[in-house]
Ligand binder design. Sequence first.
Ligand SMILES: [Zn+2]
Length: 633
Amino acid sequence: MNKELLKQNYYQAVNEKWLDKAVIPGDQPAISAFLELHLDIEKTLMDLVAKWNDDQKGLNENLLKFVKLYKMASDFEKRESLGSKPIEPVLKKILKLTSLKDLEDNYQDLVFDSISLPFHFHVMQDFKNSNNQVFYFGAAKLFLPDTSYYQNEERKQQLIGLFTHTTTQLMSLYGYQPEEINQLLSEALKFDSLLVPVTKSSVEAADYVKMYNPLSAKEIKEKIKNFDLIGKAESAVEQSVDKLIATNLDFINAFDEIINEENFKFIKSWMIVSNLISFSSHLTDAIRVAGGAFTRALSGIKEARSKEKDAFYYAYNSFSQVVGLYYGETYFGPKAKEDVRHMVHEMVDVYKERIKDNTWLEDETKEKALKKVAALSVHVGYPDELPKYYEQADIKNYDEGSNLLLESIKLRKLIYKDNLNRFNNPPNKNLWMMPASMVNAYYSPQNNQIVFPAAILQKPYYSLEQTASENYGGIGAVMAHEISHAFDNNGAKFDETGSLANWWTEKDLTAFKEKSKDMIALFDGVETGYGKCNGELTVSENIADSGGLRAALEASKKLPDHDYELFFKNWARVWRKKGSLEYNQLLLTIDVHGPAILRANMQLSNLPEFQDYYKLSKEDKMYLAKEKMVSIW
Ligand SMILES: [Zn+2]
């Protein structure tokens, strides 16, 4: 490693060779340690499905359904011959609507057909009572990825221009004439513009407790005269609904001003355009490629993925947890599951020690924090249970009169019904939010639960071929990162049962808020080479990284053969990443995770051990004065 460079840019020094050589695949926005693992798994799964395509011996019912869908998705000739016909029933349902009243009368039918609508209901755990599930209500997303893009007139014109251009091409493939396209698009954009002032920015949405705005049925009825929201919620679950949680009060307050008969023509055009885009991936090759053009342009992705890969993803996205379970059981297995579970518990113990030794918390708060760590439930490798809708799915192929778009609607209907069935019921905490084949991990504040899918439990995060210090700098820090989410600016508002409740003493809460502000300041405005980091947007992840890194280092220091450099190097290695300029800049605006280079460098600069080990001085760019370091967990 370049001894001078490591004091100026540790990330660059560790990853120099990789950064020189790494090539961003044409159909990806970036390449990174995460993505390299993802691409390996993708290859494994694509090889598997190609094998299963010819021989289904030994496959369980759910996997057989997955293969059946894959066969349909990869019958490209059939897809071409069907053209855009499969979307006609969807369009017919939208075109039939002549008024807002009509939309109201047909709302449930449209929802069940997974037709994009300007607002939606979703059942989730009640923040105030994690053992019950209630209705959340919110508006559709904007066409551009963040409200900030609408605020800068030049940027807005550029991106709306790009959206108009790519959507015009898509719509002409569907057979629309230029005048029709112009009218539909301008009306759809008009509706989009009405939503902008009542949509949260990514920074506002990062404070997710603010998503919780309970309104009683009576309050909703008083506020909203143009649409019977409570009635719709009640008929969906066939029981009385006494409250809705508004994910955004601004939208609720402006509902009647936006959703009214006068604006209905804009709403209708918005529905046509939105659904032409959202269903495009299930149709011909030209249509699916055109349908993804805007997203690719936003992320700087050079080309659409191959049709073979796309066919795989069509089937995989529909049965991801089923395939993930197979992946976990086959490539990870019960022994690794036990090993890793052991590591997590070790990390939990280190965390408990750190809370006990904490110098800025009062005993009362410490006790509650310890209770929360003790109550953490840990899930590793693959889930014990899958959602029921996979079993309920009944896949019909072309010969049986179906097509990809119809199969997708059928499956999404089962998923939505499954979601509605959760209303007024306790959650099933065995279910995971991501497949075991996904390179990721998460903390659920409502379940006070951490989940480590099998896919992430590989090199460079974790390997028996690596030293223990390297594993602590990789998966150890990831594990402690997830535990730290229980105590980030969002997680800290939930108690050990997963309910929103203040368990802090006033003094400690004030101190925590101050420390969170210090973390915001540490990252805010720091240059990355492609733009500045937003400290507020990324604060929860930066708190988790910082806590995770410190806890993992403490665990590593206990090893007889602890090696600081191997630990620091692997931390910098797991964040290696090369992205397109467009993608990097998009992430700076919308991603709650800090930019990769800062996750590596700033977090290390913020560690006294790193500074001491490399004997950094004021002249070094990696140097951060100790009194400026932010230590929370
Ligand atoms: Zn995180």
